[in-house]
Design a protein around this ligand. Structure first.
Ligand SMILES: NC(=O)c1ccc[n+]([C@@H]2O[C@H](COP(=O)([O-])OP(=O)(O)OC[C@H]3O[C@@H](n4cnc5c(N)ncnc54)[C@H](O)[C@@H]3O)[C@@H](O)[C@H]2O)c1
Length: 458
C-alpha cells in the first residue's frame, strides 16, 4: 500500500476510510494523548515504549499518567475495540504501521548540550526495519536542522531508501500544555507541519487535518517547523526573565510588580508574564539551550536567550535572599529555623518535577543550615526517596507545624484554597511566608504580630 508513495487521491481515500495504522513511539505524557486523539478519529494505533512496566500497565488499561483528562478512558476504549495495543517491539510497530510518530524525551545533558542520542538511536533502529511507503513524523521537540540534517541522513543511510521518494519525513511539534493535552491536540491550535520535501509536508498535513479541528499550518521546511516550537518556547523563557527582572527592580523602587504588570497588560501589545522562583519542566528551560547550541555552531551569540536563562536560573537564589529578609523581619535567622517548602512540581497541579526551581531553592537554603521540610500534595514520600535528600512530609499540617517560614513555590489548587488562618494556627509565630506564586496577593495586611508575607517583586 504505502501511504507516502501512492497518489494523493488514493492517500485521501485511505484517510477518509481511516484505513491507516499509526505507530506512536513513546507512551509518556504526550504520546498517550496522541494515541487517544488518533483513536477517537477512527485510526488503528500501536503504542511503543521501552519501559516494560509502562507497556504492561497500558495494555491492562491503566496507563501510568495522571492529570490528563480523557487519556485513561480513551486508551481503555481503544483496547476494548481492539483498535489499540501497546508493545515493546519497535520492529512489529514499524512493520505494521503506515505512519510512525516519534514522541520520546529530548533533554539536555549536564553541560546543557542537547541530548539527541536517544532520538538518533531510535532513528537507527527504525531505519533498520523500514520499508518503502512509510511516513515518519517527529513530534519530540528538537533543535532546528535536526530533522533535515541528522534524522534524514541517518534514515537514508541505514535503510538505503531515499526521503521524499521512498519514504516521507517531517516535523510536527507537540504544542500542548500539560493537563489539557487531548483538548490542545484536537481542538485548540492548528497543527504546525513541515516536511523535508513538499510531498512529505503534504502527506503529514493531510493526516493531521483529520484530527486537528483548527486545521494545519504548512511550513516551507522541517527546519521552519522546528523553529516555530523553539522560538515560541524561548519567547516564554525570555518573557518570564523580563518579568523577573522587573520584579527585582520593583522590590527596590517600592512598587508591586503584579499591580504594574496587570495594568501594563491592559494594552493589547503588552503580554508580560509572571515573575516567580524560576522556570521548570522539561520544555521551557530546555529549548533555549537548543538554540544557544545551534547559534554557537554558526558563530552567533544568542545573547538575549542566554541572559534570559541566566536570570531565570538566578531566581531560586533570589527566593533564598527573600527568605533571609523575611526571617529578619520576624527576628529569626535561617540557621536552625524550620523552613517549609510548598511545592516540588514545577507548575501548579502538574505532577512533573524535572528542572523544578525547588531543587535550587533547597540547595541555596542548605548552605545556611536551615531545617528544610518539603510538601507537595501530588507526591508520596516513597516516590521521592531517590530524588531529594531532605525531609518530605505528606501531611500538610505536619509540614507547616512549628514552621518559622513557609515558602510557597508551586501554585497547586490545594494551596490556593487554603485560608491564611490555617498557616497562622500551625506555624511558629511570628513566622514568615514567602509567596513566590502570589497566591496571597489579595491579603492587604502584609505584616502583623503573627507573620510577615513577602513576595517576589513586591
Ligand atoms: N509534557 C509536555 O508538556 C510537552 C509539551 C510539548 C512537547 N513535549 C515534548 O514531547 C516529548 C515527549 O515528552 P513527554 O512529556 O511525553 O515525555 P515523558 O517522559 O512523559 O514520556 C516519554 C516516554 O517515552 C519512552 N521512551 C523513551 N525512549 C524511548 C524509545 N527509544 N522508544 C520508545 N519509547 C521510549 C519513555 O519510556 C516514556 O514512557 C519531548 O520532546 C517534549 O519536549 C512535551
Amino acid at each position: 500500500m504505502g501511504y507516502f508513495i501512492i497518489s494523493k487521491d488514493e492517500a485521501i481515500k485511505l484517510l477518509e476510510n481511516r484505513s491507516l495504522t499509526i505507530a506512536v513511539i513513546g507512551q509518556g505524557k504526550m504520546g498517550l494523548p496522541i494515541d487517544v486523539v488518533f483513536l477517537e478519529a477512527g485510526y488503528r494505533v500501536i503504542g511503543v515504549d521501552v519501559n516494560p512496566e509502562t507497556v504492561q500497565k497500558i495494555n491492562e488499561g491503566n496507563p501510568p499518567i495522571i492529570g490528563e483528562p480523557g487519556v485513561i478512558e480513551g486508551i481503555r476504549k481503544g483496547l476494548k475495540e481492539k483498535k489499540f495495543e501497546c508493545t515493546l517491539s519497535l520492529e512489529k510497530a514499524v512493520d505494521e504501521s503506515d505512519v510512525i510518530i516519534i514522541i520520546i524525551p529530548t533533554l539536555i545533558d549536564k553541560y546543557r548540550n542537547p541530548e539527541l542520542q536517544p532520538v538518533i538511536k531510535l532513528i537507527n533502529s527504525i531505519g533498520a526495519y523500514m520499508k518503502p511507503g512509510k511516513l515518519i513524523v517527529i513530534e519530540s521537540t528538537v533543535p532546528p536542522l535536526t530533522t533535515e540534517q541528522i534524522v534524514k541522513k541517518q534514515l537514508e543511510q541505514i535503510s538505503s531508501l531515499k526521503a521524499g521518494k521512498d519514504f516521507g519525513l517531517g516535523f510536527a511539534p507537540e504544542r500542548t500544555y500539560s493537563g489539557r493535552a487531548i483538548e490542545d491536540i484536537r481542538d485548540n491550535y492548528p497543527k504546525i507541519v513541515g516536511g523535508v520535501d513538499p510531498r512529505s509536508t503534504e502527506r503529514i498535513a493531510l493526516l493531521y487535518e483529520t484530527i486537528a479541528k483548527k486545521g494545519v499550518i504548512q511550513m516551507s521546511s522541517s527546519t521552519a517547523a522546528e523553529a516555530v516550537k523553539i522560538f515560541k518556547g524561548i519567547y516564554r523563557d525570555v518573557n518570564i526573565a523580563l518579568a523577573n527582572e522587573f520584579a527585582k527592580i520593583s522590590e527596590k523602587i517600592g512598587v508591586n510588580v503584579h499591580e504594574v504588570i496587570k495594568a501594563a497588560n491592559s494594552e493589547p501589545f503588552s503580554h508580560i508574564h509572571r515573575p516567580g522562583a524560576g522556570v521548570g519542566g522539561h520544555c521551557i528551560p530546555v529549548y533555549p539551550q537548543f538554540l544557544i547550541n545551534i547559534a554557537d555552531q554558526f558563530g552567533i551569540s544568542a545573547a538575549l536567550t542566554k541572559k534570559g536563562r541566566e536570570i531565570n536560573l538566578s531566581m531560586p537564589y533570589h527566593v533564598v535572599n527573600r527568605t533571609i529578609i523575611a526571617l529578619n523581619k520576624v527576628n529569626k535567622n535561617l540557621k536552625g529555623s524550620k523552613i517549609t517548602l510548598l511545592g516540588l512540581a514545577y507548575r501548579g497541579n502538574v505532577k512533573e518535577y524535572r528542572y523544578s526551581p525547588t531543587f535550587d531553592v533547597i540547595k541555596g537554603l542548605k548552605e545556611y543550615e536551615a531545617k528544610i521540610v518539603l510538601h507537595d500534595p501530588l507526591y508520596k514520600e516513597e516516590e521521592l526517596r531517590e530524588i531529594i535528600d531532605i525531609k518530605f512530609e505528606e501531611d500538610l499540617k505536619k509540614a507547616i507545624h512549628n514552621s518559622d517560614c513557609i515558602v510557597i513555590l508551586t501554585d497547586h489548587s490545594h494551596y490556593k484554597e487554603l485560608d491564611i488562618s490555617f498557616f497562622d494556627e500551625q506555624a511558629n509565630n511570628p513566622y514568615a511566608i514567602i509567596d513566590t506564586r502570589h497566591i496571597f496577593g489579595h491579603i492587604n495586611e502584609r505584616e502583623n504580630d503573627k507573620r510577615v508575607i513577602v513576595g517576589i517583586g513586591e
